[in-house]
Design a protein around this ligand. Structure first.
Ligand code: DO4
Ligand code: MG
Length: 285
């Protein structure tokens, strides 16, 4: 089952079940007002089915606006979880090449705070390049959706927008390279965990278009992810609580060659098996 946050034609914000091109609003309930409330249920699928069965309205895709599938959750990210990311990071940073090599091979993963909800772009909303950066890439990442008990309840598509020049200049600049307005794309909706294929069968594809032409295309698979979900979640949850739940981007396995940078006006498309396609225009400043 897939769950989205939508705006209905009469302007209401709602949680909806996605079924092909149809969006069925979950009936209003005191207990389950937000997407996070449904994800926090012992059985989110059963709750959604129950609320859908009392639903007043179903809309076609053209009638609703899709919103980022996030309420008040924090957004975190893992880094250097694919061999391709380790190689790219070692190329971009003289100062930190050894750090990236060591973190790829260490039991403790790299985890960093990525975004608050207001910095997240949903489907069709712009992701940003910082004004003070000249070398930028999208990072297409399978994203775990965790409830307030830090249980894995779903998956979505994530874009960990990154300023490679800032990140490469000094590893202590990582928060500035990663966390700024419009730094993260999430969407188009959440696929509940039971409906996802096994991780090794999940294909991840990135396309960047400029003036209608494809200027970058790449793909990878969850089979290349060097860490397990349990491993990443276990480290994230150590001495850490998430009363509203948390999203965890699991790292990129697709990094364009070093002569590629995103430009304002580009369009980024990320397609992940079992979830769907997230498309965002790119703006700068
Ligand atoms: O340390 C750099 C961040 C790496 C990253 O975001 C990734 O591998 O996806
Ligand atoms: Mg990343």
């Amino acid at each position: 089952m897939k769950l989205a946050r939508i705006q209905t034609p009469d302007g209401r914000l709602a949680v909806a079940r996605v079924d092909g091109d149809d969006f069925t609003v979950l009936a209003a309930s005191d207990r389950y007002e937000t997407l996070a409330d449904v994800l926090d249920a012992d059985n989110p699928r059963a709750v959604a089915l129950d609320l859908v069965s009392n639903s007043p309205s179903t809309y076609a895709s053209g009638e609703v606006a899709l919103l980022p599938p996030i309420d008040q959750q924090e957004v975190w990210a893992a880094g250097v979880t694919y061999r391709r990311s380790q190689t790219a990071r070692m190329e971009e940073s003289e100062a930190a090449a050894d750090c990236y090599d060591r973190v790829y091979n260490s039991p403790r993963p790299e985890l960093f705070f990525k975004a608050t909800p207001h910095r997240v772009a949903g489907p069709g909303q712009p992701v940003r390049i910082r004004k003070d950066s000249k070398w930028n890439v999208p990072e297409p990442e399978l994203t775990l959706v965790l409830n307030s008990r830090v249980e894995l309840v779903g998956f979505t598509v994530g874009n960990d927008m990154s300023s490679r020049d800032i990140e490469g200049e000094n590893p202590l600049y990582l928060p500035q390279a990663k966390l700024y307005n419009g730094c993260c794309g999430l969407g188009p909706w959440i696929t509940l965990a039971g409906a996802m294929p096994p991780v090794e069968e999940i294909g991840i594809r990135l396309t960047v278009r400029r003036a209608g032409e494809t200027v970058f295309e790449g793909s990878t698979s969850g089979a290349q992810l060097a860490r397990t979900f349990d491993d990443l979640i276990g480290y994230l949850a150590r001495d850490n609580s998430f009363p509203d739940g948390v999203f965890l981007l699991t790292g990129t396995g697709i990094v364009p060659d070093s002569d590629f940078t995103l430009l304002p006006g580009d369009e980024v498309e990320i397609d992940i098996d079992g979830i769907g396609v997230l498309v965002n225009p790119v703006v700068q400043g």
